[in-house]
Design a protein. Structure first.
Length: 391
């Protein structure tokens, strides 16, 4: 009831102002319009558009989602005033351009609901997200079995056939840290494994991006390119819309603290997409994966299951004869044949989350002389060497 009363008051006020303005200046009868209150909003906009084209040569482009009756009677009102009145009553936005009027929904302004503890301060923690995008052939899994769930401290467990003659398996066995010759179970460094797989052309490292993100904020990584699609709007204007493709990753870390222990709650969305031009439109081939993990400082996690196919076509057969033109007695079909190879590849994303020191700690570190930092680094290295010597 209160809303209805407020609406009537606004309506009376607006109509009074419009009536006063119309009394001051005479409006040609051709510019006046009358619309019933039961008229649909879209139909009313179309009716006003005819007058807009006649008197100002402008289209009215309706991009709003409103599709109900206008709920107010328009009687003998100048068409532009009628347009503004309808827009105002239904809480829409009217944007006037040189060649058109644009009717839009009101853009919602997000209310900042962050508490004082959630706002960024000097004590806010940052997280460094390091990623390895590794594309592996599906045939790799038939030679070695990698248990990505065992990835910790830069090492991973795998299983290799001991009686194999494959160069890949032999190289992995030779480089493994621990091995069981009966079961074929091994432990190998992650970097070593990836380098061996890449050297044997069973996979390739696509990218190694790294990004620092404030706790509870979103980080974005894209390895690829954007493509655009040009379209025409109702006014004949050319608009260009861009789409992101490639390997796209969005990460949102949150540093959790409990009893002087810290962990990183990581929300990850990984997308692998590519644009395929078609006869009518461009197709986006997309595969997406979402996960939420809880990691300690320096821990790694793996995201897999993003597959794609690499299809190659060619011709095989007797050299020279297989490439003869078709009209040459059809010899190309006798001495040659079409070949088609399909390679299935899996995109494996390896993530590592590390806590970055507080601002105060980094400030103190920057204030130290270079010689002191080098001495401290040497002392730390000597401590590590002593630990290995004990073993």
């Amino acid at each position: 009831m209160k809303k209805l009363v407020s609406l009537l008051i606004i309506l009376c006020f607006v109509l009074t102002l419009i009536a006063q303005e119309q009394n001051i200046k005479e409006i040609p009868e051709e510019e006046l319009i009358t619309i019933s209150r039961e008229t649909n909003f879209v139909a009313a906009i179309k009716a006003i558009e005819y007058l807009s084209l006649d008197f100002e040569g402008k289209n009215i482009i309706n991009t709003s989602n409103f599709n109900q009756s206008i709920d107010i009677p328009i009687k003998g009102l100048q068409w532009k005033d009628a347009l503004k009145l309808i827009i105002k009553i239904h809480d829409l936005v009217l944007e006037e351009r040189p060649a058109s009027f644009i009717v839009k929904d009101v853009e919602l302004i997000e209310v900042d609901t962050e508490s004082a503890e959630e706002k960024v301060t000097i004590s806010t923690r940052q997280v460094r997200i390091s990623a390895i995008f590794f594309k592996a052939d599906k045939a790799l899994t038939s030679e070695i079995g990698i248990d990505w769930n065992t990835l910790i401290g830069g090492e991973v467990d795998a299983t290799v056939a001991m009686n194999t003659t494959s160069n890949l398996s032999t190289d992995i066995l030779n480089a493994s840290l621990n091995k069981d010759f009966q079961t074929g179970d091994i432990t190998i460094g992650l970097e070593t494994l990836l380098n061996i797989v890449e050297a044997n052309q069973k996979g390739t490292i696509v990218a190694r991006p790294s990004i620092s993100v404030i706790s509870k904020k979103k980080g974005f990584i894209q390895v690829g390119q954007d493509f655009s699609v040009k379209t025409l709007d109702e006014a004949g204007n050319t608009t260009e819309q861009f789409f992101e493709t490639g390997i796209i990753m969005e990460v949102t870390p949150e540093v959790l603290t409990e009893d002087d222990r810290e962990a990183i709650y990581l929300t990850v969305q990984v997308e692998k997409s590519s644009a395929i031009p078609g006869d009518v439109s461009t197709i986006i081939d997309k595969s997406k994966s979402n996960t939420e993990v809880l990691l300690f400082n320096g821990e790694e996690t793996v995201i897999g299951g993003l597959y794609d196919q690499d299809i190659k076509t060619g011709r095989g057969g007797v050299p020279l004869l297989k490439d003869l033109p078709w009209w040459f007695f059809g010899l190309k079909y006798i001495f040659g044949y079409e070949t088609k190879s399909v390679t299935v590849r899996e995109m494996i994303v390896i993530l590592k989350a590390e806590l970055i020191d507080h601002v105060d700690s980094r400030k103190k570190l920057a204030a130290k002389p270079t010689e002191q930092l080098i001495d401290e680094e040497r002392k730390d290295m000597k401590k590590v060497e002593k630990l290995f010597l004990k073993d």
